[in-house]
Design a protein around this ligand. Structure first.
Ligand SMILES: NC(=O)c1ccc[n+]([C@@H]2O[C@H](COP(=O)([O-])OP(=O)(O)OC[C@H]3O[C@@H](n4cnc5c(N)ncnc54)[C@H](O)[C@@H]3O)[C@@H](O)[C@H]2O)c1
Length: 448
C-alpha cells in the first residue's frame, strides 16, 4: 500500500519497508540476507516506530500511553489517531500530549474521523493499536494485516462467529507476512499467572478435572439517551445512540460475557491448552432493566466441556448488592489451584512471591515492541480469537438455552453487524414503542 509522502523520508522508507515485516522478503527467501542485516539494525533499537491509535477512548488512551512508554526499548512516535467521535479523539490526544509531548506528532491532517478513519490511520503507521468497541475489530484487524502492519488489538477480537472466522483468517495471513500481533489479554504478561500456569502445565496438581471462572461484579457504565440528547442538543439516530452506549448492544460489545468475562475464560483455555468443545448455560435480565440497558443479559452461568471431558463452570454477573468475585480456579487429581491468587495446595504446596512485578498492561507492550525490534515471531491472535469464540459460545448457550457445540457454533452464519455503516443506517436491533430493546429468550432464540 502506498504511504503518504509527507511522512516518508528515505530513512523512514527503508525502516518502514522492514517494519511491514519484510513479508515479501520472507516469502521470497532470496532476500533473507538483506533482511538479516536490517534485523540487526533493529536489534540496536535505533529506528523510530510509528504508531497509530484507532479508537481513542479510555483503553485506547491507556494502550497508546503504554506503547509510547516503550521508548526505553527504542524510539516511538504516535503519528495518527482515528475515531468516530471528535470529542474522544481530542480528549485523548490532549491527555497523551501531557505525558508524552515529544513522542506525539498528530497534526490535524492525521486526526482521522468517521467509519473509514481506521483505514487512513493504518496507512501511515508501523504499529496499529485497535481499541474501538469489539464489533469493529474483525474488519480493522483484516485491514491492518492486509496493509502489512503490526498490531496491538484489544480484546475481544470479535462479537460473532463470522467475525471470529475473519480474525482467524487474518491470523494465518499475518503469520505468512511475519507480522507481530499482541492481544489485550494481559494476564498472559502477568508474572504470577505465567508462573502459576507453568506449574499447572508441569503437573503440580495432576490431571485437571474441573475448573471455575467468575466475573461477578458491577455495571461498568451506561450512557443514557437523555444525557446523550443533552450533549448533542437533539434527538439521536439509532446508530448514534448505540455507538455511544455500545456496551449494551451485542453486535458491537458482545454482551459482558464477551466484554469482560473473556479474561477469565481465556485463563481457563490457557490452563487447558485449548478451547471447549461444547457449552450449556442459563442467564437473563434479573435487575438491570430499562431502555438504556439495551439487549444484553445481566447474568450468565455456563458449563463448558473441554475435549478431555473436564468441565469449567463459569459465572458472570452485573447485579449490585451481590457477591463479587473475579477469579479462576482449577481442581486436579493431586491438588487444587487458585489461579488468580497464584496458590497451589495438595501434593505440592506453593505460593507465588511478588517481586517487582511489572504492570501487565505495560509488559504486554514491552513484549510486543521487543519482538518487533528483534524480529522474533510473535502472534497472540489465534488464542485471542479462540478465547473470544469461547465467550461467544457461552453467550450462544445462555441466549439459546440449548447445548451448543463449538464446531457448529464457529460455523454460524448469524452476522450481528449492521449491513451498512452510517450515522443514519438502519439497525438490526431497535427499541419497541416503550423504548425497551428485545432480549434473547432461552428456548426460543435461534443462536446458530
Ligand atoms: N484489556 C483490558 O483490560 C481492557 C480494559 C478496558 C477496555 N478494554 C477493551 O478496549 C476496548 C475499548 O474499550 P474502552 O473502555 O476504551 O471504550 P471507550 O468507549 O472508552 O472507547 C472506544 C472508542 O472507540 C471509538 N470508536 C467507536 N467505534 C469506532 C470506529 N468504528 N472507528 C474508530 N473509533 C471508534 C469511540 O468513539 C471511543 O472513543 C473494548 O474492546 C474493551 O473490551 C480492555
Amino acid at each position: 500500500m502506498q504511504e503518504p509522502s509527507h511522512i516518508l523520508t528515505p530513512d523512514a522508507f527503508n525502516r518502514r519497508t522492514f517494519l511491514k515485516k519484510g513479508s515479501a522478503a520472507m516469502a521470497g527467501g532470496a532476500l533473507l540476507g538483506s533482511l538479516a542485516a536490517e534485523r540487526f539494525a533493529h536489534a540496536a533499537g535505533n529506528d523510530e516506530i510509528k504508531i497509530a491509535l484507532v479508537g481513542c477512548g479510555g483503553r485506547g488512551g491507556g494502550a497508546a500511553d503504554q506503547a509510547l512508554s516503550t521508548y526505553q526499548i527504542g524510539p516511538v512516535k504516535l503519528v495518527a489517531m482515528a475515531d468516530v467521535h471528535e470529542d474522544r479523539l481530542t480528549g485523548t490526544l490532549n491527555n497523551l500530549k501531557a505525558k508524552h509531548a515529544d513522542r506525539i506528532d498528530v497534526p490535524k491532517e492525521r486526526q482521522f474521523l468517521g467509519f473509514d478513519a481506521f483505514e487512513k490511520a493504518i496507512e501511515v503507521a508501523d504499529v496499529v493499536i485497535l481499541a474501538t468497541p469489539p464489533g469493529f475489530r474483525p474488519m480493522q484487524i483484516e485491514a491492518a494485516v492486509k496493509a502489512g502492519k503490526n498490531i496491538f488489538t484489544e480484546k475481544p477480537v470479535a462479537t460473532d462467529a463470522p467475525g471470529v472466522r475473519k480474525v482467524l483468517a487474518a491470523a494465518e495471513e499475518a503469520k505468512k507476512k511475519n507480522l507481530k500481533i499482541g492481544v489485550g489479554l494481559q494476564r498472559h504478561h502477568q508474572a504470577g499467572y505465567i508462573e502459576t500456569i507453568k506449574r499447572l502445565h508441569d503437573g503440580a496438581i495432576g490431571d485437571i478435572v474441573a475448573l471455575r471462572a467468575y466475573w461477578n461484579g458491577q455495571t461498568p457504565w451506561v450512557k443514557t439517551r437523555e444525557s446523550l440528547e443533552k450533549q448533542y442538543g437533539r434527538k439521536l439516530t439509532e446508530m448514534e445512540y448505540q455507538m455511544r452506549n455500545w456496551y449494551y448492544f451485542t453486535w458491537i460489545g458482545g454482551d459482558h460475557i464477551c466484554e469482560q468475562h473473556i479474561h477469565n475464560l481465556d485463563v481457563i483455555n490457557w490452563v487447558k491448552k485449548g478451547h471447549p468443545v461444547k457449552a450449556n448455560g442459563m442467564g437473563g435480565v434479573e435487575v438491570r432493566k430499562g431502555p438504556d440497558y439495551g439487549e444484553i443479559f445481566d447474568h450468565h452461568a455456563v458449563e463448558f466441556t473441554y475435549e478431555d471431558g473436564s468441565k469449567c463452570f463459569s459465572q458472570c454477573r452485573h447485579i449490585p448488592g451481590c457477591w463479587d468475585s473475579v477469579s479462576e480456579a482449577a481442581v486436579g487429581t493431586k491438588g487444587t489451584c487458585d489461579v488468580n491468587s497464584y496458590t497451589i495446595r495438595g501434593a505440592e504446596q506453593w505460593r507465588y512471591k511478588h517481586e517487582g512485578d511489572k504492570d501487565p498492561y505495560q509488559q504486554e507492550h514491552d513484549d510486543l515492541f521487543t519482538a518487533i525490534r528483534n524480529n522474533t515471531p510473535y502472534s497472540e491472535l489465534e488464542y485471542g480469537a479462540h478465547s473470544s469464540m469461547t465467550a461467544i459460545l457461552g453467550r450462544m448457550a445462555t441466549y439459546g438455552g440449548k447445548e451448543v457445540e463449538w464446531d457448529k457454533a464457529i460455523k454460524s452464519e448469524i452476522n450481528l453487524f449492521p449491513d451498512k455503516l452510517a450515522w443514519d443506517a438502519p439497525m438490526k436491533v431497535n427499541p419497541g414503542p416503550d423504548g425497551m430493546y428485545p432480549h434473547a429468550i432461552p428456548g426460543k432464540t435461534v443462536v446458530i
